[in-house]
Design a protein around this ligand. Structure first.
Ligand code: ZN
Length: 481
């Protein structure tokens, strides 16, 4: 693989061609860059060993807080192949392994902690193709080269920029004019919650080996820079093709079930997200509590509400806490001009989500803008005249989030809440954890006469009760250990 002579010859040739044919010039930097990174023969590829720090937004005490995972692994690359085997360790020491194999535009993927390969969809393929940039720019350099006809080219003082749309979303490759190396790759995508988001892969600390060059430090800015990951390449060597994975199978569904609890309370179970949504008919209007993950689920809930009470408007949408399983669908309710009930703590977050552009995958609110209406709950709010619903702010007492709300129906001695109570479906009741104790203390302090607690999450796990007699909660508090 001695490329030095070839490289300089190619460069000269390309410079000549540039002078003769203006139209060829736009891919020079790309071709030269590939030569530097090392154009391999068919038998051998380059193996890189790496370590990484991965940060993900989690269901934590406040917006934008992250969970950190430390990872390590190896990847193998050549012009047709990107293979990776790696493991991630979370803060509790659990280890998760993943394997990726993209060979000749075919993907095989084993997700972290899974035993079976994920069914491959177009979306997953694109995601994994783009994610190769996390470790090396090589795979995307080749992808751009193989799609030369569709590339757009622009130039600044220091960089040339190649833009290619992959499944409508633009990916940009920034090549440094002074050394032909990739400075940065960015892509724009749609996030169900945060709208249009840019992810950037920044390459630095380039290391030169005999046959190839590679960046040893890669900084990944996710969600417009709100979350940062770091990948460090530790060593590299020429290696043979490896066999990491065998072929997969397929599946997918959305399942919804509406249950009438009494003459004014209904529950909608969304099995595909594992959430229970509450619909309350109060006076001449409807209140919806909880809408998981995305606008699509919000719309799905709204269409179910129309079946329950065709003529009543949805006046309020409320979420028990700011995690995506409870507020993810709120944009659909903003579009229906419902007032979003929230706390002071989550108000800015609600505004961000409601106002975020969703131009790439437009939802109803993107297509038809509506003004956000919020109403802040300080300590409590009582709704309804005949039938009453009381909403209480318990915040930190939940031992889960700072913005926690619970809902109480005095005439039914019923309490609905998101995810605080964990009573086993079978066998003996176990000692209450902090969240469960927090819920119990809140009920006692507020002097609520509760007989039944209904929980929003989970609905598919048959190991825990989601309709909980208050006496069970009491028992769990009295257990010593
Ligand atoms: Zn939660």
């Amino acid at each position: 693989m001695n490329k030095k002579n070839m490289k300089s010859k190619t460069t000269q040739l390309l410079i000549l061609l540039t002078i003769v044919l203006q139209s060829c010039s736009k891919t020079n930097y790309l071709e030269n860059s590939i030569l530097l990174y090392g154009e391999s023969d068919d038998k051998s590829l380059v193996r890189f060993n790496f370590k990484e720090q991965l940060n993900n937004l989690g269901h934590l005490a406040e917006p934008w807080a992250t969970n950190t995972y430390n990872g390590k692994g190896s990847f193998w690359v050549d012009k047709n192949t990107f293979q990776k085997q790696d493991s991630l360790i979370n803060s509790r020491g659990s280890v998760y392994v993943s394997k990726t194999d993209i060979t000749n535009n075919m993907l095989l993927y084993l997700d972290y902690g899974d035993k079976e390969l994920l069914p491959v969809t177009e979306e997953l393929y694109i995601e994994k193709l783009i994610n190769t940039a996390r470790y090396t720019p090589i795979t995307l350099l080749y992808h751009f080269k193989n799609n030369k006809k569709n590339i757009e080219f622009s130039s600044t003082d220091k960089q040339v920029i190649y833009t290619l749309n992959i499944d409508e979303y633009p990916i940009q490759l920034f090549i440094n004019k002074s050394n032909n190396l990739v400075d940065k790759i960015t892509y724009l995508s749609d996030d169900e919650l945060y709208g249009d988001i840019t992810t950037s892969f920044m390459y630095s600390s380039y290391i030169k080996s005999e046959f190839y060059i590679y960046p040893a430090h890669i900084k990944i800015e996710k969600i417009n820079g709100k979350v940062i990951d770091i990948v460090e390449i530790l060593t590299s060597t020429i290696d043979n093709q490896v066999k990491l994975l065998e072929k997969p199978k397929e599946k997918e569904v959305t399942k919804i079930k509406t249950i009438k609890y009494n003459d004014y309370i209904h529950f909608i179970d969304l099995e595909h997200t594992n959430d229970r949504v509450m619909v309350v008919e109060l006076d001449d209007y409807i209140l919806v509590a909880e809408a998981p993950i995305n606008s699509k689920n919000g719309e799905l809930i709204i269409s179910e509400v129309k079946k329950i009470a065709p003529s009543k408007p949805i006046k309020y949408f409320v979420f028990g806490h700011h995690h995506p399983h409870y507020l993810g669908g709120l944009r659909a309710f903003v579009h229906k001009e419902a007032t979003i009930l929230c706390t002071d703590i989550s108000k800015n977050y609600v505004e961000y989500i409601a106002e975020a552009p969703h131009t790439l995958t437009p939802d109803s609110l993107q297509l038809e803008k509506k003004k956000l209406k919020t109403q802040v709950i300080t300590d409590s709010l009582v709704l309804g005249t005949n039938k009453k619903m009381e909403i209480y702010f318990i915040g930190n007492k939940s031992a889960h989030t700072k913005d926690y709300l619970i809902y109480y129906f005095p005439s039914d001695k019923l309490l609905f809440q998101d995810d605080l109570c964990w009573i086993p479906n079978e066998g003996a009741i176990t000692k209450a954890g902090n969240r469960q104790l927090g819920l119990y203390n809140a009920i006692i302090e507020l002097n609520l006469n509760v007989e039944t607690i209904i929980q929003s999450w989970p609905v598919k796990n048959h190991k825990v009760k989601t309709v909980i007699p208050f006496t069970d909660l009491e028992k769990s508090i009295l257990i010593e250990k």
